[in-house]
Ligand binder design. Structure first.
Ligand SMILES: *[C@@H]1O[C@H](CO)[C@@H](O)[C@H](O)[C@H]1NC(C)=O
Length: 369
């Protein structure tokens, strides 16, 4: 009797594992993050396609890898809360039209014998346009201030669903306006600003700069102010960035994550993908405006499956074809998360390799003009 039970339960168990589990996992993911964008019942037939179920299950299982960063998250939160660390930074300065906050990290030896004002780095974090908070980047910003001997500011911005991409661009622009107005108070050089962004943050750095150069009305920032900010930007350093939204959407489709991803919602739908793609904007700029585009440096890990390194390679090719200056670093064995987490502690395997690229580029950007 018990032998027969065993024979029956094995196929059932295998069936549950191979069919039931993937279906449950991927339907749960779609229920939580969004069904396919199709009319009526078609959204469910699309949602149930075996290829979508299979790919989504893999994507969900892949995302379990993020659990390993739980301990780091707790460490970062406690460093940020610890009052002893307040000497390294100014916490929670309000800026811009939406009352967002930023933290400002001092360069080494700040306060002792006020010397020449330090250059300024504005660091824009990633999080797929739908998540992220400045506190998590406390150690990154602190290390960056140390390594680059710069003041580093790390602003929050309204991610989806609080804001959409235009709001995020406005927030980054507001932060740059704030920087123009507060250099004297915090002893940084308002004419030496470098933007560094990771992932969606790299996209926002490039897009904001191009909107400013193009003097876009929808920024709702006075033209003279837009020009001052544009002139202050010496360069952009993009880490694992997305620069062509349509291209990235096609990649998301291959992984079957295009509907659960925040990207298309944050961009106000597929119709606006071009409008919010740095690649597209660049192709439309006049020669005069093109000449104002700052130098860029693009870093990307070759093990990145969230944003493939081809994104940076293609953007670099485009910049070169427009006779703009760009450096491209494809870093072997590095993935999407590690390119940022390795900038947080000097014992990381890639800490020195990544900072040496960033330092070299940073020096180059500041020496130019
Ligand atoms: C990134 O790479 C590290 C080290 O190679 C690995 O431990 C980690 O699981 C990877 N992270 C993700 C999210 O794939």
């Amino acid at each position: 009797m018990s032998g027969m039970k065993y024979q029956l339960s094995l196929p059932v168990t295998v069936g549950v594992l191979l069919v039931g589990l993937p279906y449950s996992i991927s339907l749960a993911a779609q229920w939580l993050y969004g069904w396919p964008n199709k009319p009526g019942y078609k959204k469910y037939t699309e949602a149930l396609k075996p290829r979508r179920i299979y790919c989504l299950t893999i994507a969900v299982l892949e995302s379990l890898k993020y659990l390993q960063y739980g301990r780091l998250y707790i460490q970062l939160k406690s460093w940020y809360k610890n009052e002893d660390n307040r000497k390294h930074f100014e916490k929670g300065i309000t800026f811009g039209r939406r009352g967002n906050k930023l933290d400002l990290y001092h360069p080494p030896n700040a306060g002792k014998a006020q010397g020449a004002p330090a250059p300024l780095v504005v660091f824009i974090y990633g999080g797929g346009w739908g998540s992220g908070e400045r506190s998590i980047y406390c150690l990154l910003a602190r290390r960056m201030a140390e390594e680059l001997r710069a003041t580093v500011i790390c602003p929050d911005y309204w991610t989806y669903p609080k804001g959409n991409v235009l709001g995020m661009v406005q927030d980054v622009a507001d932060c740059l306006v704030w920087a123009q107005e507060n250099g004297r108070t915090f002893n940084f050089d308002t004419e030496k600003v470098v933007l560094i962004g990771h992932s969606a943050g790299a996209h926002l750095c490039a897009l904001t700069t191009l909107f400013l150069i193009d003097e876009r009305e929808e920024l709702f920032i006075e033209l003279s102010q837009q020009r001052d900010v544009t002139l202050s930007i010496r360069g952009i350093i993009g880490l694992s960035g997305v620069y062509d939204i349509m291209d990235h959407y096609v990649y998301e489709q291959k992984r079957a994550v295009e509907y659960v991803s925040t990207m298309h919602k944050a961009m106000n739908g597929v119709e606006n993908f071009q409008y919010y793609s740095p690649t597209h904007l660049l192709r439309d700029l006049s020669q005069d405006k093109l000449s104002r585009v700052p130098q860029m440096a693009l870093l990307h890990g070759t093990n990145d499956v969230v944003v493939p390194h081809e994104a940076s390679a293609k953007f670099s090719e485009l910049l070169t074809s427009l006779s703009l200056k760009v450096s491209l670093y494809l870093l072997p064995d590095l993935n999407h998360t590690e390119i940022a987490t390795n900038l947080m502690a000097s014992d990381g395997r890639f800490y020195h390799p990544i900072y040496s690229c960033i330092k070299q580029e940073f020096t180059k950007l500041l020496d130019n003009c």
